[in-house]
Design a protein around this ligand. Structure first.
Ligand SMILES: *[C@@H]1O[C@H](CO)[C@@H](O)[C@H](O)[C@H]1NC(C)=O
Ligand SMILES: *[C@@H]1O[C@H](CO)[C@@H](O)[C@H](O)[C@H]1NC(C)=O
Ligand SMILES: *[C@@H]1O[C@H](CO)[C@@H](O)[C@H](O)[C@H]1NC(C)=O
Ligand SMILES: *[C@@H]1O[C@H](CO)[C@@H](O)[C@H](O)[C@H]1NC(C)=O
Length: 412
């Protein structure tokens, strides 16, 4: 029953975005949306190595690491490139996906276009993280993903538990400091950790694609709509829905029906969330929907909604002084102060002018916080035409972004 309610709520939110879009987009290819919807079937259970990496002719290892709060996370390692080449001294790179995504984010395009494969072929030892609650990281030492307490977390816990566990594991295995590459929420949790002086002893440099820290000026109609209508709060507190799952059966059925309606272009569902991506090939949409979107905790959505409404970069707000004091020893949630990120940490930022989630004004606010950063340790690459998904799925991202990103890593 719960899922039906989620569908109704999401339907309202989605339709308010879509009705705007459908008046704008007159032309569409029916075959694309049909493929996309056919691809929404539940994902298979085989591991990421066998489904996405080995098929492309790359070696791949499945690893797992348990966080201090008991979540069992999967990690995939691509230890060498396709040419196999020398195995010695390959610097480790950890890839951290964003919200509603998982490690497959980095493997959606063919090997000569996907960042994970390009890094392996450029001499790096590639490690792919999967956050708690996603398809391949749903196990816990004592909880089931059906338990409400399994979903009792927001991105604060990704900062406090997932990232340290993953960093420690890769650092231990490789005995080297890591390069870190995050997309979207993967940048948020890293910036938050660095601001608290965490992970820095294991870190060589960090690349932040579609950076998220402040979201008060986010333009995404779907995200703003959901935040200002307290959708996540309603699901959590009124309806007791703790897993935020866009793949729920009821939601998928609803989508299928909606996408059959004339004048609705389902390839633009993504657009109303991410902004107008410049460079996605139509076929990537169905590949994407084969694997994504992934679940997150409804509590995480509440936390992100608080940030959209408040414009601050702070920990989860329990909503009253007593609860905040109980958790934090102070009446308001502590802030993550990005000005505390060390000035000599090598950072590469890639952000786009068409990104509706990492809005340009919000990114500039973040960069303002880093204005004391050593000039020779900070690379900022702005692309006018790029939106959120272009940074991981864009046809031309290799040329536009990854080539300079890899050159940056090689200098560190
Ligand atoms: C990737 O490989 C395909 C097929 O071999 C080729 O057509 C395409 O131009 C390549 N793309 C890049 C960015 O190198
Ligand atoms: C969760 O509950 C469903 C339905 O009761 C069941 O089919 C599934 O196996 C459970 N999953 C886990 C991880 O316990
Ligand atoms: C969620 O975790 C917090 C500690 O972070 C705990 O105080 C609270 O009781 C937990 N709630 C549920 C429903 O498990
Ligand atoms: C918004 O920020 C104010 C302080 O500026 C704080 O008191 C309040 O708790 C915050 N609310 C949320 C929802 O984050």
């Amino acid at each position: 029953m719960a899922e039906v309610y989620v569908s109704i709520i999401l339907a309202i939110v989605l339709l308010s975005g879509l009705s705007v879009l459908s008046t704008r987009t007159q032309f569409r290819s029916p075959s694309i949306s049909e493929n996309a919807i056919a691809a929404l079937a539940p994902p298979t259970v085989e591991g990421i190595c066998s489904s996405m990496v080995e098929k492309q002719g790359y070696a791949c290892e499945e690893h797992s690491v348990t966080t201090l709060d008991g979540y069992i996370l999967s990690l995939q390692r691509i230890p060498v490139g396709q040419s196999r080449g020398p195995t010695g001294n390959r610097p480790p790179v950890l890839l951290q996906h964003g919200l509603f995504m998982d490690g497959i984010t980095w493997l959606l395009l063919p090997p000569n276009k996907s960042l994970a494969f390009l890094l392996a072929d450029s001499g790096f030892d590639v490690w792919i993280a999967n956050s708690r609650g996603t398809e391949y990281s749903r196990l816990h030492i004592s909880l089931s993903s059906n338990d409400s307490s399994y979903w009792n977390w927001s991105w604060d816990e990704l900062v406090a538990y997932d990232l340290p566990a993953t960093f420690n594991y890769v650092h231990d295995k490789t005995k080297q400091k890591l390069h870190y590459i995050g997309h979207s929420q993967g940048t948020l949790i890293a910036l938050a950790a660095f601001s608290k002086d965490q992970l820095l002893n294991m870190l060589r440099s960090a690349v932040l694609l579609s950076p998220i820290a402040y979201v008060g000026q986010m333009t995404s109609p779907l995200a703003r709509n959901a935040a200002y209508n307290f959708i996540a709060e309603t699901l959590y507190f009124n309806w007791g829905i703790f897993e935020f799952n866009l793949r729920g059966d009821a939601f998928v059925d609803f989508l299928k029906k909606m996408c059959e309606r004339p004048g609705i272009d389902c390839t633009n569902l993504l657009t109303s969330f991410t902004g107008q991506n410049c460079c996605l090939s139509p076929s990537i949409i169905s590949t994407f929907l084969n694997h994504e979107p992934q679940s997150t905790a409804t509590k995480n959505m509440i936390h992100l909604s608080q940030m959209i409404r408040n414009g601050t970069l702070a920990m989860y707000d329990y909503g009253n002084k007593e609860e905040n004091t109980r958790h934090y020893g102070q009446e308001t949630p502590p802030i993550y102060d990005v000005t505390r990120i060390p000035d000599d940490l090598p950072l590469f930022f890639g952000y786009g002018g068409a990104d509706a989630l990492s809005d340009v004004k919000d990114v500039q606010l973040l960069l303002q916080g880093l204005k004391g950063h050593d000039a020779d340790k900070l690379v900022v690459q702005y692309r006018d035409d790029y939106a959120h998904a272009d940074y991981v799925m864009g046809e031309k991202a290799k040329i536009d972004v990854y080539d300079s990103l890899i050159a940056f890593l090689k200098l560190q």
